[in-house]
Design a protein around this ligand. Sequence first.
Ligand code: FE2
Length: 428
Amino acid sequence: MKSIKIYKNAKLRHKPGLYDIVIEGDKFKEIAHNCKDKYNDCSVIDLEGRLVCEPYVESHIHLDYVYTADIPSEETASGTLFEAIDKWSESKHLLTKDEIKKRAIKGILTQVKNGVQYIRTHVDVTDPKLTALKAMLELKEELKNLIYIQLIAFPQEGMYAYKGGDKLVEEAVKLGADVVGGIPHFEFTREDGIRSVKKAIEIAIKYDKLVDIHCDETDDDQSRFVEILAAEAYFSGMRERVTASHTCAMSSYNNAYAFKLMTKLAKSGINCVACPTENTYLQGRYDTYPKRRGLTRIDELTKAGVNVSLAQDSISDPWYPLGNGNLMNQLDFALHIGHLMSAEQINKSLDYITVNGAKTLNLGDGYSMKEGNKASFIVIDAHSEFEAVRERAGVILSVREGETLMKKAPEKVVVDKIGEMYHNNYYR
Ligand code: FE2
C-alpha cells in the first residue's frame, strides 16, 4: 500500500479557508477542507495557515554562464548588452564541460533553494564543439529526478553574425535541445535578423520543438523583430509554442505602434518573458537623464491577453553581476518598475513566476495542483498572496512528486529589550 502524507491547514491561492492536502505516493489524492480525519496511519504536517501554490518556474536563465563574472577578460564597465556579449566571446573558450556543469549545478541548487522546480535555460551553441550544450545535456539527464530542465539551442553570437550559427543551432537540436533560440537584434542587418527568426521557426517545425527568441533586447525603438516572430507564430500555427524573451524595445516604442503590436501578439498566442533585474541593469546605458528602465510593458501585455512570465536571466555573469535565483526578487522589481501596484495586481502577481511560467514552458495540465496530478508544490512563509509579496517571503518547503526536495525553518524573530519595550508600550 502506498504511504499517505497530509499537509494540513494550507492556505491556497484565491480560495477562502484552510485546506488539507492529501498525498498518496507521488500524487495528490485529495485537496479539501477538513478531510484529514478520513485517513488513518498517515504522517501529518501542520502548515499553520501558510500559503501553498504550484512550484516556481524559471522561464529564462543562462545556466552555462552562471558564476562566470570572474572569468578573466579585459576589464570593461559600460554595462551594455553588446559589451557583455564581446566579453563572453573572448573568454568562453576557457570553460570546460566539467567546469560548466559544476557552475550550473550551483545555479540549479540556488534556484531549488528558492522554490524553483522547473527551469528553461538558454545554452550558447555558437561554439563548433558545442561544449556547453553537451555539458547541459548530461546535467539534464543526471538531475532528472531533482529538477525539470528545458534546453534552448541559443546562438549567442548570432545565427548569421557567427559563421555557421544556423547549422550549429540545428546540430544542437539534433543532439537533444528542446527549444530553438535566436537573437535577431544582434545580427548584422535587419534582413539577417528576420531570416534568423524564420529559420528558428523552420527548425522547430522540422524537429517538432518549441521556439524562444531573445527579441529586441535593446532601447532602440526601431528594433521590431517581435512583430516578425508573432506573424511567424501565427501563420505557422506554432502559436503558444513560441516565446519572445526580453522585448525591452517595447518600452521605447511609440504608443500607437505598441498598442497595435500588442493586439497582434495576443492574436498570435505567443508568450513573453521579462527579466526585470537584468534589463534594469543593462538598458538605459546610452541615456543620460531621464534614463529608461528597459522593462517591457508587463501590465499592458497582460491586459491585452498575452501570457507574461518573469525570469532571473543571469546569476553573476558578464551580463549582470548579482542574482541569487530567487524569483520573488524579480516579482518585486517588476511590480515597482511596471507600476503593478493595485491590490488586485499584487494578489494575482504570483502568477508571473508560477502558472504563467508553466504556460511559457508548455508544461500542460500536469503542472497544476489538483487531484490525480503529481504532488508538486511549494509552501511560502506567509499567510496570503498579499503578505507573501509585501514581505518578499521565502519558500520554506518544496515538495516534488510527493518527496521533500527542500525545506527551511520558518523565520523566527527574537525580540530584544528595545523591541520588547516598544511592543509593550505601543501594541498592548
Ligand atoms: Fe537571456
